[in-house]
Write a protein that binds this ligand. Structure first.
Ligand SMILES: CC(C)(COP(=O)(O)OP(=O)(O)OC[C@H]1O[C@@H](n2cnc3c(N)ncnc32)[C@H](O)[C@@H]1OP(=O)(O)O)[C@@H](O)C(=O)NCCC(=O)NCCS
Length: 221
């Protein structure tokens, strides 16, 4: 899959499965993409190598030449929407993702990120599309993830996280992460408090779902 569509930035990239040799670059990309996340909740090179063994169909990168500029990590698990509250650590398992269940019915997105220099080029959309192809090929029910409320840090002096989420859910506010995920096709299913350790989003995220029957919204490569 290849794209070169943003005339002002003019960068082309390819989406492909994560390879063993990407691991060191991915560790660095984690620090760039998640600067405020607690370091012990960032994936390291050794974790990435393990993920490829664990569930290769859930690991994708975006590359521009030899440079890794986007990444996503996902696993399979069963998800109980009646008890949707969970924590990142329950899935993350110190980076090893041993919560992966080979027969799990949902593709759970542990993370996604695009290098800041390459945002707005459709990279996240194509990474989600690659994940959705895995969902459909494996006969899963869809994708579930928790998107981080990274826009909250700009208004946290004026409002609490509950009010921020409510305004977002009502469409009165945009968030750099959740709004991007909703444009791609995800639906919001509720606020998840104390999900991980990141002051920029008050440790909170939004439970998001993309049904297997849906295609990722927007233009393809
Ligand atoms: C969220 C993130 C992954 C988006 O990556 P990206 O490659 O720039 O996204 P895309 O170019 O594929 O954009 C997809 C859609 O989201 C929209 N979008 C992107 N950034 C947006 C923003 N800041 N605000 C509103 N919408 C935005 C795009 O306009 C596009 O929709 P459109 O084509 O209908 O206009 C990226 O900003 C990022 O890495 N953020 C930090 C890490 C993070 O929050 N990860 C997700 C939580 S795990």
């Amino acid at each position: 899959m290849e794209r070169d569509r943003n005339a002002s930035v003019s960068q082309s990239y390819v989406i492909r499965p994560t390879q063993w040799a990407d691991a060191e670059q991915l560790e660095r990309l984690q620090e760039i993409v998640f600067p405020t996340l607690s370091d012990h909740q960032r994936f390291k090179a050794q974790h990435y190598r393990k993920h490829i063994e664990l569930f290769p169909a859930g690991q994708f990168v975006a590359v521009a030449g030899d440079r890794v500029i986007g990444m996503t990590t996902s696993i399979r698990l069963n998800f109980d929407f009646a008890h949707g509250h969970h924590t990142f650590d329950e899935v993350f398992q110190n980076g090893w993702l041993t919560a992966h269940h080979p027969e799990g019915q949902w593709l759970y997105g542990a993370d996604i990120g695009t290098h800041p220099e390459f945002r707005g080029l459709g990279i996240a959309r194509e990474l989600y599309r690659a994940r959705q192809q895995s969902v459909q090929q494996l006969g899963l029910l869809g994708q579930v993830t928790v998107g981080m409320l990274y826009g909250f840090s700009e208004v946290c002096r004026d409002m609490g996280i509950d009010a921020y989420y409510e305004e977002l859910a009502l469409g009165r506010r945009s968030d750099p992460t959740i709004s991007a995920q909703c444009k791609i096709g995800f639906q919001m299913r509720g606020l998840v408090r104390d999900y991980l350790e990141d002051p920029a989003c008050a440790n909170s995220g939004v439970l998001l779902v993309l049904d297997a029957k849906q295609e990722v919204a927007g233009r393809g490569l």
